[in-house]
Design a protein around this ligand. Sequence first.
Ligand code: KG4
Ligand code: ZN
Length: 356
Amino acid sequence: MSKKPIILGIETSCDETAASIITENDQGIPVILSNIVSSQIDVHKEFGGVVPELAARAHLNKIDWIVQKAIDESGFKADKIDAIASTAGPGLIVCLSVGLSFGKSFASAMNIPFISVNHLEGHALSPKLNSKLDYPYLLLLISGGHSQYLSVKGIGNYKRLGTTIDDALGEAFDKTAKLLGVEFPGGPQIEVLAEKGDQNKYLLPKPIFNKGGCNLSFAGLKTAVLKISKNIKTEKDKFDIAASFQRTILEIMYKKTKNAFAEYEKNNLKNKTFVVAGGVAANKKIRSMLIKLCDENNFKSVFPPINLCGDNAAMIAMVGLEKFKMRQFDNLDYPAKPRWPLDESAAFLKGAGVKL
Ligand code: KG4
Ligand code: ZN
C-alpha cells in the first residue's frame, strides 16, 4: 500500500485564520484529519465590517498556534506532511500575505513542495470533502464577494456562464442585515429573522429578472430595503422585511439558475451535476429551493456540509491534494493576487449600464 499524501492547508484571505490537515483513504476519498477555523468577529464587530489592517494583525497573532493546533489534532508529526497549500488570492492583500508567507517559509524549512491555491477554487472543490464528484459540473458560487455560475471541467478549467453585475449575494444579505440593525456579520441572521416574518408583506424589485442569461444583480434590492427600513416601528416589521427580502432572493435564484442549466447544456456538457458552494450555500431555504429545482430538471444537486460552506482551510488543502497528485507545485516567489478570477478570460462586468 503506497503512502497517502498528507497536505497542510492554510487560509487567511479575509477574516478567518484557518489551518487544516487532510489525506485520503485507500479508495481515494479525502479524509479531514483536522480543521481549525478562528473567526475574527469580535475584532471587527464594532466597525460593522472587516478592517483590513486589524484582520492582518489578528492573522499574524494567531497563525502559529492555529497551524500547530491543526498539526497536533491530525495525529501526525510535522515531518510527515508532504506539501503545504496556502490561499494566494483573491482577497485582502495584507491578509493573504500572512498565510502565503507562513506557508512558503514552512515549506522551505521542511523542504517540501509549496502549492498556491485560489480561494474560489477551494469553495468550488469543497463538496469533494464529503461527496464523490466527477467533472464536468455546473457550479454556483455564492459568497460574500462573489456570485457566479461556472462550468467546471477540471482543476484550473473554468468557464464563467454568469456573474453579478454589482453586489455579491452574501453582500446583499449583509447589507440588508445592517439596515435592519443586526450586528456584523448579519447575513446568517436574516435567515433566522425571516422565519418569523410575512414573506408577502413587501414587494421588492428583482433587477434584470426578465433579461435572458444568468447574470445577477442585487444592488436595487438593497436600495428598496433602505427605503422601507426607514419606517421600521416594531420587531415584526424587521421580520417581515427579512422574510420578503429572502423570498425575493429565492425567486431571483430560481429563475437565474434555471437559465444557467440551459446555458450549461447549450455548451454540450452532459454530466448534469449542480454544485452550490460558498458561505450563502449554508442558507437552508436557498438549499431546499435549489434541490427542488434540480429535481424538476433532472440535475443531481451537491452541497458541501454546512460547516464547510464558509471559509475554511480544509477546502484549501483539498485543492492542494489534487494539485499534489498532478505534481502542480509553485515557486516560493509566487505572489499574492488580490484579484484572481476562476475564468481569467471572462470580461469584467460591472454596473447597471452593462449590456447583457
Ligand atoms: O464564503 P464566505 O464564508 O466568505 C467569502 O469568501 O466571502 O461567505 C460569507 C458570506 C457572508 O456574506 C455571509 O453573510 C454569507 O456568506 N452567509 C449567509 C449565510 N451564512 C453565511 N447568507 C445567507 N444565509 C446564511 N445562512
Ligand atoms: Zn470564501
